[in-house]
Design a protein around this ligand. Structure first.
Ligand SMILES: Cc1cc2nc3c(=O)[nH]c(=O)nc-3n(C[C@H](O)[C@H](O)[C@H](O)COP(=O)(O)OP(=O)(O)OC[C@H]3O[C@@H](n4cnc5c(N)ncnc54)[C@H](O)[C@@H]3O)c2cc1C
Length: 302
């Protein structure tokens, strides 16, 4: 997209488009360069107007909380779209059903469910992403996943068409779903079960404690780097890495977390290429030691 194309946008939209926007602070790894365009949509009208005028001219990437991505250090030759506050609302549809904007944080939805005595959302208190990211990844932990609570998703495609997709029509897999890649999720409805608040609260605290014991916090990471190779072995990926890789390996400031060896960490100023070298090193070592082919869970944005 050329700078002169921006003239086609309304004054309101122009003021929300940033050029050469730095993405480093917008993701958990704290890695990455700039994007040619960055657009923060405050509401659906703005998002729809933007998509129509942008007209699929170059790449589009939807940024959630940036907790599952590794961004290139080179210029991203497209637009990064972020959903603003109006996409973060959560409300009660009836006593067991909730609707959440896709920009809302998972943690907020679990707190809202707790306040309304709805169980099923406890696991969300352990995932540091947004509802949109959680749907795309079918995120989960402690034997629960998004697919277990989702009823339907409302989305807009890159041409500006709005659609509602019932969960039954979506094929969910471990950390993936069949929803087309050119959809921006707007909101979703979820169903849980009524339970006493104290039971829900205890469950949430239990899960958070378990998570804190097993996984590192307050580090620059993208969470689990690789998926568990569930179709190849019952072993967890961290066990496989532990058995196959020297855990003190470093490329620049990219290292393996001491607490959980499937969490890779930017110790200070790691570059995209450092992290990629670490990823490839671990992948190759695991392949040569065990024959297992590891698949990335984190998404590379290039
Ligand atoms: C410390 C830590 C712990 C973690 N623990 C877990 C865990 O227990 N379980 C787990 O499953 N994951 C875990 N993760 C990974 C991550 O938090 C989840 O995958 C999360 O759901 C990603 O959400 P996000 O908003 O950060 O998405 P992002 O990382 O910003 O994006 C991920 C993908 O979702 C897409 N996306 C985001 N929003 C939308 C939208 N509105 N419409 C369409 N596509 C969208 C992006 O384009 C991208 O493809 C962890 C990560 C960290 C850093």
């Amino acid at each position: 997209m050329k700078t002169k194309d921006i003239e086609n946008f309304s004054e309101n939209l122009k003021s929300k488009i940033n050029f050469n926007y730095d993405l480093k602070k917008n993701n958990w790894f704290n890695i990455g360069g700039k994007t040619k365009l960055y657009f923060k949509a405050e509401n659906l009208k703005e998002l729809s107007e933007f998509l129509k005028i942008y007209n699929n001219r170059a790449k589009i990437f939807i940024l959630g909380a940036g907790s599952n991505i590794l961004l290139t250090d080179k210029l991203f030759e497209g637009v990064i779209i972020k959903l603003g506050k109006n996409f973060s609302k959560i409300s009660l549809l009836n006593n067991e059903t909730l609707i959440a904007g896709s920009g809302a944080m998972d943690r907020q939805l679990s707190e809202f469910a707790l306040t309304n005595s709805i169980s099923g959302f406890e696991f969300l208190s352990c995932i540091p992403g947004t509802i949109g990211g959680g749907i795309r990844m079918n995120s989960g932990c402690f034997n629960s996943e998004f697919k277990d609570i989702l009823i339907s998703v409302q989305a807009i495609d890159y041409n500006g068409n709005i659609l509602t997709i019932p969960s039954k029509q979506i094929k969910f897999e471990y950390r993936d779903c069949s929803l087309p890649k050119d959809l921006i999720f707007l909101s979703a409805s979820f169903k849980g079960k009524n339970k006493q608040k104290i039971i829900i609260e205890n469950e949430m605290n239990d899960l958070k404690n378990k998570k804190n014991l097993a996984q590192p916090t307050k580090i620059k990471t993208g969470g689990s780097t690789f998926k568990n190779p569930i179709h190849q072995t019952s072993k967890k990926v961290w066990e496989i890495i532990k058995e196959s890789v020297p855990l003190d390996i470093k490329f620049g400031d990219a290292a393996i977390s001491e607490k959980h060896c499937n969490f890779f960490v930017n110790k200070k100023n790691a570059k995209f290429e450092d992290m990629k070298k670490l990823i490839n090193f671990v992948k190759d070592k695991v392949k040569s030691k065990t024959g297992l082919k590891l698949e990335l869970e984190i998404i590379l944005v290039e």
